[in-house]
Design a protein around this ligand. Structure first.
Ligand code: PLP
Length: 482
């Protein structure tokens, strides 16, 4: 060791950007990140060092070639790291809107890659060489799977509802039960969308009870449609009454007024066959007489973000002619992903293996339980004596407003600071630190804090990812020790 280690550096000791840029030891970084980025990062680094030197806090050691190289490499790596990153979703909510909802099957991933890297017949009829319609790529599949006459696709279900209302109810009235005026996370509120679409909302019934005569009495000259909205993220229980789609259709038909349903999640097959809670399917809603049904592509359907509208051919035709359709249309990547996902539904027998969303939702609690037992002994030494880790039963949620009451038995790891259990203070801070350290891992781990502990629901950690998950834990112990 030389004694420059502790010698203070002065601002004048800091080399110039130009001089450093010509130093051989920085060339690999310049080649890797490009001269422009490397120069800018180096300038910022030296500005910081200069400020330190002025404050009398800079050592000569910090100006050594190796130290400068390391600092610049770190700054460039931080700067060029992707912002949208893979995380482990251990929140227990399978379709987590903030974490990107549905995961796509491999067939969809391959189709997206193909569509991204080559020209494709997005709006081109390969049979006769004429201009095509992008909806043609999936509308017959959607009709086959739902029993509807026609179909179209837009950016998401919020867009589908907006487009439907704007096309069919502008300056006219839309009748909705007060029990269905829901707000879906992220500022989607039925009354607000209605207003933006230019439609006038006519509220009927009460929060807990709406009767057939409420619908009947609301129909007048200006009525554009009767609308039903899936309650998605909440449940009304107790003294309740609502009118089902078939009943509403019975009331509307004699007046020639269409009935539309925002089904939210919109599942394409009966989930009870996999032991999941019952949810009305799109096909059942069409069969009950709904004229139009809208639903999301990335909720229970398990596909890409999209809004699907299916129903009567004449109404779909009007919707497709609305100039807003052009503004809300989907890109080729969405269509590329959607088609193979819809195809999987043609073989429901294998769906629980082929569709990741359904695979996760139907994963047996025993699989998570044995994973928890495997992980626990590996985690305890990483966290040390300050933490108590237990493998415990828990319940996962489907998420994204699907089946709010439906809960899925699962298994997870719960980590509690020993301090908290013994009544000592500081447990809350420890918990925050652990939660932050998990978020700072190369592939961030997102859990759930509750009851003075951190919960990791293992439902969405599949066996294929287990080794990657464990491999990061050494970095966690480093982070917690600091
Ligand atoms: C989720 C949901 C929406 C919004 O769908 P996005 O695809 O997220 O735009 C609209 N209506 C209902 C009933 C929903 O559950």
């Amino acid at each position: 060791m030389n004694d420059s280690v502790s010698t203070a550096a002065r601002p004048a000791d800091i080399p110039s950007v130009d001089r450093l840029l010509n130093q051989p030891f920085l060339q690999p970084l310049i080649v890797q990140h490009g001269r422009a980025l490397a120069t800018a990062a180096l300038r910022r680094l030296l500005d910081g060092l200069r400020a330190e030197a002025v404050a009398g806090r800079l050592t000569q050691q910090a100006l050594a070639d190796t130290a400068l190289h390391e600092a610049l490499a770190e700054a460039l790596a931080r700067d060029s790291a992707p912002r949208l990153r893979a995380v482990f979703n251990l929140t227990g909510t399978v379709l987590h809107t903030n974490l990107g909802r549905a995961l796509l099957p491999d067939s969809a991933v391959q189709a997206v890659v193909r569509a991204m890297t080559s020209a494709a017949n997005l709006e081109f009829d390969l049979d006769d060489g004429s201009r095509g319609d992008r909806d043609d790529l999936i509308d017959d599949l959607l009709c086959e799977l739902t029993g509807a006459e026609a179909a179209t696709v837009v950016n998401n279900n919020a867009a589908a509802v907006l487009l439907m209302l704007n096309t069919l109810a502008q300056r006219r009235e839309v009748v909705v039960s007060r029990g269905e005026l829901v707000e879906i996370g992220g500022a989607f509120r039925i009354p607000d969308i209605m207003q933006r679409a230019g439609a006038k909302l006519v509220e009927i019934g009460t929060t807990n009870r709406t009767h057939p005569h409420d619908y009947a009495n609301a129909i007048g000259d200006r009525t554009a449609m009767l609308m039903k909205v899936h309650c998605s993220n909440y449940e009304i229980t107790g003294f309740t009454r609502s009118v089902d789609v078939a009943e509403v259709v019975g009331i509307a038909r004699p007046h020639g007024v269409p009935v539309v349903v925002d089904l939210g999640s919109g599942t394409l097959c009966d989930l009870t066959q996999w032991g999941l809670p019952r949810e009305t399917t799109v096909r059942e809603t069409i069969a009950a007489g709904a004229d139009l049904v809208t639903f999301s592509g990335d909720k229970l359907l398990g596909g890409p973000q999209a809004g699907l509208i299916v129903g009567r051919a004449d109404l779909i035709k009007k919707i497709k002619k609305n100039p807003l359709k052009r503004a809300l249309r989907v890109g080729k990547l969405t269509l590329a992903a959607l088609e193979p996902v819809l195809r999987l539904y043609r073989d429901p027998d294998t769906l629980a293996q082929t569709l990741p969303t359904l695979r996760l939702l139907t994963r047996p609690a025993a699989a998570m339980a044995s994973m928890a037992e495997r992980l626990l002994p590996q985690l305890q030494p990483v966290l040390g004596d300050a933490w108590r880790i237990d493998a415990v039963p828990t319940v996962s949620q489907i998420g994204s407003g699907a089946l709010p009451g439906g809960q899925l038995p699962s298994f997870g790891l719960v980590m509690a600071p020993v301090a908290a259990a013994t009544g000592k203070r500081g447990g809350g801070r420890q918990l925050q630190r652990l939660e932050a350290a998990l978020r700072a891992l190369p592939r961030p781990v997102i859990g759930r804090v509750g009851e003075q502990a951190l919960w990791l629901d293992l439902r969405c950690l599949e066996e294929a990812d287990e080794a990657d998950f464990i491999a990061q834990w050494t970095q966690l112990s480093d982070a917690l020790r600091q």
